[in-house]
Design a protein around this ligand. Structure first.
Ligand code: ZN
Length: 248
């Protein structure tokens, strides 16, 4: 099965359409949360994911959009964008976001926005954090987002023993080259569709070949100015508009 794995779309429809075109035909679409927040197209992005019958999990921005008071922990710009999102979204979008689970297991794959042990909030940004999560993960492989950084952490070999994992290898993705995970537990981040932060403003995602247990990162340039213009018209914060052009 060929699967598109999308994370941190952040209500950026031009980026979503561009990465879907770049990926082409797939059997399924999985998403890792933060479908909304920051960007100007929350309803349209949710409608597109519904059309695609995407399966996925709730991110911290999705949770905030449902009215949860986690919004008070957001920085000023994220909070202003979230207040706008709350005003703008339709009741059907709200219901769809509220129904997203915190975690999802699909075969040997664990889907979480943040991390397997703290699915909404934890950032996996270091080897110790990755190792701790790999050690408790119930499935062989985990897919995570939240950091907006395309990256992978592979355990061992040797394979883990007694709840401990072998040395962690950090893997920086090579565009358009696959990484075969078979035989190694791994945590993999597709990067962000709608607000990349790795210094490359192109939309980022992952294509998964489930038979081969192979992941491939893909990037797609998109009409950044169209998204920025829509954000300006909506009165969204300037910092969120500017950063799209730089990719951080
Ligand atoms: Zn995010």
């Amino acid at each position: 099965m060929r699967v598109a794995v999308l994370s941190d779309i952040h209500a950026n429809l031009p980026a979503l359409e561009a990465i879907l075109r770049r990926i082409g035909a797939v059997d399924e679409v999985w998403h890792l949360g933060d479908v909304v927040g920051y960007g100007p197209d929350p309803d349209a992005v949710v409608e597109r994911l519904k059309e695609l019958r995407a399966r996925g999990v709730q991110g911290n921005h999705d949770l905030a959009a449902t009215g949860d008071d986690v919004i008070r922990d957001f920085n000023v710009d994220a909070r202003r964008a979230m207040e706008w999102t709350r005003r703008e979204i339709s009741s059907t979008t709200l219901a769809w976001l509220a129904a997203l689970p915190a975690r999802l297991t699909i075969g040997p794959w664990n889907l979480a926005h943040g991390s397997p042990r703290d699915p909404t909030w934890e950032y996996i940004v270091s080897e110790p954090v990755a190792a701790a999560n790999l050690a408790i993960m119930a499935t062989e492989w985990g897919l995570f987002g939240h950091t907006h950084l395309p990256w992978a952490y592979l355990a061992g070999p040797p394979a883990e023993t007694g709840g401990r994992v072998g040395p962690i290898e950090e893997v920086e993705p090579m565009p358009d080259s696959g990484l075969v995970l078979a035989g190694r537990r791994a945590l993999v981040n597709p990067g962000s569709v709608g607000q990349p932060r790795d210094g490359n403003p192109a939309s980022s995602a992952l294509v998964l070949d489930t038979e081969r247990a192979e992941v491939s990162w893909v990037r797609a340039t998109y009409d950044i100015r169209a998204t920025q213009q829509a954000m300006r018209s909506a009165g969204l914060p300037a910092r969120g508009i500017e950063r799209l052009a730089h990719g951080f």
